[in-house]
Design a protein around this ligand. Structure first.
Ligand code: ASP
Ligand code: MG
Length: 452
C-alpha cells in the first residue's frame, strides 16, 4: 500500500458503551489516513463468555442460557441505541449458531476447547460488526472484515499461537483488494483467528493488542495506536501516587520490566510483531485522544536514568544464612517452584546467603520445608516489591549511590534489594511501601524527568 495507513486498537473499556463507541468514532473520523481499527469485545463480554464455558463444562445449561440472553440483550440494546437495525440479522445469526453449539454440548455432554473458542469468539465478532456499521453510517467508507480471514494460528484452541508468516501473506492479499474499492476504514475484531482447517481460534486473554500488532506488521502500517482508558504509561500507579506523569517514550526492555514487575501496562510481548517490523507503537487515551501518550520504541536514547516505578504486593520474602556452600539448593528450589507453579519475583544466591521473594501461594510451605535444611531462615510476610525501571540504570553507579544515600537520610531499611541491568528492585514491608514509593518517585523518577 502506498498511502499512509494506521492501525488503531480499542480495548473493551473503550467500546463499553454507546458514548464510548461514539468517542472512538470521533477519533477515527478525524484521521487523515486510511486505517484498520481492531476492537475488543464490549467491556466485560469475554469474561461472561468464559463463565458460559465454565457453566457448560459443569452441565449448568440453564444458567449458561441465562447468561447468553444477558449477552445478547446487551448487543441488541446497543444496536437499538446506536440506531443500527441493519445489524439485527447478523446478531440473530450469531445467536442461532451459539444455541446450536449449546445443543451440541448438551447432546455430547462434553465441551471441547475448540467449542469454547467458537463461543469465546462471538464477543469480538459482534462488537466489530456493530462498530463497523456505526462508523460506516456516521463517517462512511468503512467495511467490516472477519479477522479469521487474516489471522492464521495453530490449533491450540483457547490459547492459539499466531503464525506470523502466514498472517502476513493473508494481510498482503486481503487488504489491497479492500482498499482499492474506495474504502478508508476497515474494522475487525481482535483476539480471534482461524487454524489451518478454518476453525475459529482465540489467541489468549488480552489478545487484541497482539492481533493489532500482527495486522500492523502485515500491512506495514505507519503506526500502531493502542487506545486505553489512561493517558499512556505513567511513571507509577496514579491511583497510589497522583503526581505520576505520562512517560513520553519507553524502550521495549523498560516496558517489559514494568509489566513483569506489576505495572498494569500493556505487555510489550504482545506488540513485538509491530516493534520487530520497526513500526512505532503509541499508547493513547480514548478519552483524551489528542494528548501525546507514550511511544514504545525498540531502543531508548535515554540511558542510565529512571523512567518509572512498578509496585507489586502480596509477596513474601525468605532469606537464609547458609550453613555451607551447597549448590543443590538451586536445583531443589527450582524444582519446587516448577512443580507448584510458584511465581518468583526475585532470587539471589551468594556464598553465604540465599534470598527469594515470591508471590504468596498455598504451596510456599513446601519451599520453607526444603530451605530449612540449608540454613537459618528469616521470613518476612507481607512485603512489597518496588521496581525502579530505567534503561541500563543498574549500570549507573551515580543513581545507585543516590538511591542508597536517600535511604540513609530517610532511615529506610529495605529488606532486600536486587540490582539488574534495567532495574533496581527493592523489597520493603508492605505497610511502609506507599511512603517509600512516594519518596522514590519524587526523588529518583520525577527529578530525572525534569532534567531532560
Ligand atoms: N476480549 C478479549 C479479552 O477480554 C481480548 C482483548 O480484549 O484483548 O481478553
Ligand atoms: Mg477485553
Amino acid at each position: 500500500m502506498n498511502n499512509t495507513i494506521e492501525v488503531l486498537k480499542f480495548g473493551g473499556t473503550s467500546v463499553g458503551s454507546k458514548e464510548s463507541i461514539k468517542q472512538t468514532c470521533d477519533i477515527v473520523s478525524a484521521l487523515e489516513t486510511q486505517a484498520v481499527v481492531v476492537v475488543s469485545a464490549f467491556c466485560g463480554i469475554t469474561n461472561k463468555l468464559s463463565d458460559i464455558c465454565r457453566l457448560l463444562t459443569n452441565q449448568r445449561y440453564e444458567k449458561a442460557l441465562l447468561l447468553f440472553s444477558e449477552i445478547f440483550d446487551i448487543h441488541f440494546e446497543m444496536i437499538e441505541s446506536l440506531d443500527l437495525p441493519q445489524c439485527k440479522p447478523f446478531l440473530q445469526e450469531v445467536y442461532d449458531y451459539q444455541m446450536q453449539l449449546v445443543d451440541a454440548v448438551k447432546i455430547l455432554n462434553e465441551i471441547s476447547a475448540k467449542t469454547m473458542d467458537a463461543i469465546l469468539s462471538c464477543g469480538e465478532l459482534m462488537s466489530s460488526k456493530i462498530i463497523a456499521e456505526y462508523y460506516n453510517c456516521n463517517v462512511g467508507n468503512t467495511i467490516w472484515l472477519d479477522s479469521r480471514k487474516i489471522i492464521a494460528t495453530n490449533s491450540e484452541y483457547t490459547d492459539a499461537e499466531v503464525d506470523y508468516g502466514k498472517s502476513k501473506i493473508l494481510c498482503e492479499s486481503v487488504f489491497p483488494k479492500i482498499y482499492s474499492q474506495s474504502t478508508k476504514f476497515v474494522v475487525c475484531g481482535g483476539f480471534i483467528g482461524a487454524d489451518n482447517e478454518g476453525f475459529t481460534t482465540t489467541i489468549g486473554r488480552g489478545g487484541s493488542d497482539h492481533s493489532a500488532a500482527v495486522i500492523a506488521m502485515g500491512i506495514k502500517a505507519d503506526v500502531l495506536k493502542v487506545y486505553t482508558d489512561v493517558t499512556g504509561i505513567k511513571t507509577t500507579d496514579p491511583k497510589l501516587i497522583p503526581s505520576a506523569i505520562t512517560i513520553e517514550s519507553l524502550s521495549y526492555d523498560e516496558a517489559f520490566e514494568l509489566a513483569e514487575s506489576g505495572a498494569k501496562v500493556l505487555h510489550p510481548n504482545t506488540i513485538l510483531p509491530a516493534l520487530n517490523a520497526d513500526i512505532p507503537v503509541c499508547v493513547l487515551n480514548t478519552n483524551e485522544p489528542f494528548k501525546p501518550g507514550t511511544a514504545i520504541i525498540t531502543n531508548s536514547a535515554r540511558s542510565g536514568s529512571a523512567s518509572a516505578i512498578a509496585i507489586k504486593d502480596t509477596l513474601i520474602n525468605i532469606s537464609l544464612n547458609l550453613h555451607k556452600d551447597d549448590n543443590s539448593i538451586l536445583s531443589l528450589t527450582y524444582k519446587i517452584i516448577a512443580d507448584y507453579n510458584i511465581k518468583v519475583e526475585a532470587l539471589l544466591y551468594t556464598k553465604n546467603n540465599f534470598t527469594i521473594t515470591l508471590q504468596k501461594n498455598l504451596f510456599v510451605n513446601e519451599l520453607v520445608e526444603l530451605l530449612e535444611r540449608f540454613g537459618e531462615l528469616s521470613i518476612t510476610d507481607s512485603v512489597t516489591a518496588l521496581t525502579i525501571v530505567g534503561e541500563k540504570m543498574g549500570e549507573n553507579n551515580d543513581i545507585i549511590s543516590n538511591l542508597f544515600a536517600l535511604f540513609d537520610s530517610h532511615n529506610i531499611k529495605a529488606i532486600k534489594h536486587y540490582i539488574n541491568k534495567n532495574s533496581i528492585k527493592i523489597i520493603v514491608p508492605t505497610e511502609t511501601s506507599i511512603s517509600i514509593l512516594q519518596l522514590l518517585h519524587n526523588e529518583i523518577v520525577l527529578k530525572n524527568v525534569n532534567f531532560e
